[in-house]
Design a protein around this ligand. Structure first.
Ligand code: WTA
Length: 635
């Protein structure tokens, strides 16, 4: 079994050993899994290329570790609980035995439809069990899954399908979310009209049952293709460094990039962190409310928990449907022991009043978790008092799509918590703070740019189809280090507090959105000449999106203009990227080399105009006063 750290002293000793002899430490963890062939060398690395390989020469299939391995002892144990959007619908349960069979059936169906090892399969689905089954089926046959969050637009979906050259898209007919039914298949159809020539098949899961169009020869129903297949399927033997999946994420420039994770290291690290961060005990019911369209869903709904033989829950709905008590109702109903969510959900539910959680019996909850963005003290305290009743430690877990798993987090019950601190590095993780001149800050109490000095098993290997971009983005700012893009503080105990992104990425309700992406989308509006997008503090979302827009004609109705801008952004990216505020301006503050001075715009957006710093080096300093004055007219 994977090591589970049970005391602070053990953490300290384990941590020390893990950084003194990382290969030895990770080999000991890896040995607890089922490998077809043992690795020859634990690690080879070089951050300049970058070239990172773990468990070299090892052969395995991650699904044998998620499923087959548990069948002997836990065939009848519940692996997956699915809770519908509609509370009047019964929930579904899959034992390890059933999940194994369904994954095998789906794997056989994929093979029958021509999917082979190395092929890319795109998922564009709501949170239904078939998503988990499909993802594991890909992993079973060595196909590479690329899950796209079902809130993205047809354009965004098409870009991702084309970038990965996916051979198949798996989707649902509709997504039932809260009181709405949102078309899913129709978005796929639209995306495929944009020249995704690599796609040969669309496999459609019937979810709401509303009518959709099926294209002959291309589209097939899940219920026709999957249930008729054999309930056993030999797992493909994968190299430790073969690709497991691609997941697209936003950066400060250009289009979203496909973060690549590989089989062996990802398996070892997600299982290890799942067990330790959530202190999972046999029999516990674990619930992570994330969407599988994001990394949190990949690592801590599917892989981490199933590797650990846990019972993991999937929720189709939203926190406020049919009312703001839904999360707490589900916790009570299933006697949830570990509950993992995002600060934005906590803030939204906190705003609905204390009576909601007070209605329900939350006494089963032992560990609470947060992820995705910095949590503010008020929300932390509310979560601690109203949900955990002061009894359930909060693990504020810091990590990224690129890191594959949690890197900095308290261990519940072991570390003395400090509100809003992600606390201490996991074993094997060597964080450091850098100053703007590229020097490591050795002083303990400090603030700087967060980097990681040494590889860990689940780190990004490349950005799909563009290795140079991976090098530039993560390994060139500070040579010899992985740069996270986040700023952090370290206190006298060595505990870390994450401040937030230092690049042009904004974190809206825990979703990463590149400002450049939003600007490109806004600029597609026919009356827009130029735009600049920044983040600003938002009570519920953490950060909101603020767009400064230069229009080509006089805007007389700002509210109408905002609606139009929303429509283009929704079309180009999806509704999650809609600006919360739009301010029409006649110019943007630029440096003499033509770069927009975002520092100034960020301050204006935050309403902090008293001290804008030095504006004398601007090409057009007069514009600052004008933007300041018209800020009140932002809608
Ligand atoms: C932010 C999500 C503060 C951070 C797993 C990071 C956090 C980005 C925390 C990655 C946290 C994540 N405290 N900030 N506990 N966790 N972040 O790729 O800015 O969707 O760089 O991965 O979210 O977002 P991503």
């Amino acid at each position: 079994m994977t090591l589970k750290i049970k005391s602070l002293t053990q953490y300290k000793n384990t941590y020390r050993e893990s950084v003194q002899k990382p290969e030895k430490f990770w080999a000991a963890q890896a040995r607890t899994f089922q490998w077809r062939k043992r690795w020859e060398k634990v690690l080879d690395w070089n951050f300049d290329e970058p070239d990172i390989k773990w468990f070299i020469g090892g052969k395995l299939n991650i699904t044998e570790n998620c499923l087959d391995r548990h069948l002997k002892k836990s065939r009848n144990k519940i692996a997956l609980i699915w809770e519908s959007n509609d509370p009047s619908q019964p929930h579904k349960e899959y034992t390890y035995g059933q999940l194994y069979e369904e994954v095998c059936q789906c794997a056989n169906a994929l093979k029958a439809m021509g999917i082979k090892k190395g092929d890319r399969v795109c998922f564009y689905m709501p949170m239904v069990p078939e998503l988990t089954i499909g993802v594991l089926a890909c992993a079973r046959i060595g196909a590479i899954h690329s899950v796209v969050f079902a809130g993205f637009s047809a354009n965004a979906l098409a870009d991702r399908i084309k970038d990965a050259q996916c051979k198949m898209v798996i989707c649902s007919d509709y997504n039932s979310r809260g009181a709405k039914n949102i078309p899913v298949k129709a978005v796929v159809d639209e995306a495929l009209r944009k020249g995704c020539r690599s796609v040969k098949t669309v496999l459609v899961q019937k979810n709401t049952g509303e009518s959709i169009r099926m294209k002959k020869g291309r589209d097939r129903w899940w219920h026709d293709e999957v249930p008729k297949r054999k309930k056993a399927c030999d797992a493909e033997e994968m190299d430790s460094e073969d690709l497991l999946f691609i997941l697209y994420t936003s950066g400060s420039t250009g289009k979203p990039k496909g973060v690549v994770h590989t089989c062996g290291g990802y398996m070892v690290y997600t299982a290890f962190t799942f067990k330790n961060v959530f202190q999972y005990e046999r029999g516990d019911i674990y619930w992570c409310t994330a969407d599988i369209g994001w990394i949190t869903g990949h690592s801590y709904i599917i892989y981490g928990p199933l590797l650990a033989g846990a019972t993991t829950m999937m929720f189709e709905g939203v926190p406020t449907y049919p009312n703001a008590g839904r999360f707490w109702h589900v916790c009570e109903k299933h006697r949830v022991n570990q509950f993992y969510t995002a600060p934005t959900a906590i803030r939204a539910l906190m705003a609905q009043g204390d009576e909601w959680p007070a209605h329900y019996d939350l006494s089963s909850i032992r560990v609470l978790g947060t992820v995705g963005e910095p949590i503010n003290e008020e929300a932390w305290n509310w979560y601690n008092e109203k949900i955990g009743k002061g009894q359930a430690p909060i693990v504020d877990t810091w990590w990224q799509t690129e890191t594959g798993g949690i890197l900095i987090s308290p261990l519940p019950g072991l570390h003395k918590l400090k509100p809003c601190y992600a606390m201490l590095p996991m074993p094997g993780i060597q964080p450091c703070l850098m100053d703007a001149n590229g020097k490591e800050i050795r002083k303990r109490e400090a603030e700087g740019l967060l980097c990681i000095k040494f590889p860990w098993p689940s780190m990004i290997r490349t950005t799909y189809g563009d290795h140079e971009r991976c090098r530039q983005t993560y390994f060139s700012t500070f040579p010899g280090m992985y740069f996270t893009g986040d700023g952090a503080k370290r206190d006298s105990d060595g505990a870390y507090r994450i401040i937030g992104r230092v690049d042009d990425v904004i974190n809206v309700s825990g979703h990463r959105i590149g400002t450049a992406e939003v600007e490109n989308a806004i600029n597609e509006h026919e009356d827009v000449i130029e735009s600049a997008v920044v983040g600003y503090p938002h009570r519920i979302k953490g950060q909101g999106i603020y767009g400064f827009v230069i229009a080509g004609k006089k805007i007389t109705n700002a509210a109408k203009f905002k609606k139009e801008v929303h429509a283009v952004v929704t079309k180009v990216i999806g509704p999650i990227a809609k600006p919360d505020k739009i301010q029409v301006v006649s110019g943007l503050p630029k440096t003499r080399s033509g770069k927009i001075m975002r520092r100034i715009l960020r301050k204006i957006a935050a309403g902090d105009t008293a001290n804008l710093g030095d504006t004398s080096t601007l090409l057009n300093p007069e514009i600052v006063e004008e933007i300041k004055k018209s800020a009140a007219q932002a809608v």
